[in-house]
Design a protein. Sequence first.
Length: 129
Amino acid sequence: MSKYIPYHEPSIRCAEELTRGASSDAEKYRIITEFVTKSFRYDYIRAVTIPKKNGLPDLERTWEKKRGICLDIAAMTTGMLRAVGLHAFMCWGKADKKNHAWVEARIGGEWRRYDFNGKAKTYKAERVF
């Protein structure tokens, strides 16, 4: 883990519990991404108040309030996927020419993108964590 993908005990424990009976990496990926999509909302207030440079994910706040910005959700999801043994990265860059964060995971030999907002048409990763 790193400062961008911090270890967050509640989300790690949740990922392990959710996927306990999963029979494949693809099923683990589906279970976790569906859980995140259904359980969390975009935080429009944090989106305008987070520092534009060097903003870090706030997983405690995200978990407690069940909302966050793309950076928070991507970091949390990456940690959850890694906790159950999946090869996942958080990407930071541009999506439709705007700053954005999303997840890339290697499942069954191919890369899958999980974008909490899911509306971008173009992606260009500048950093990968």
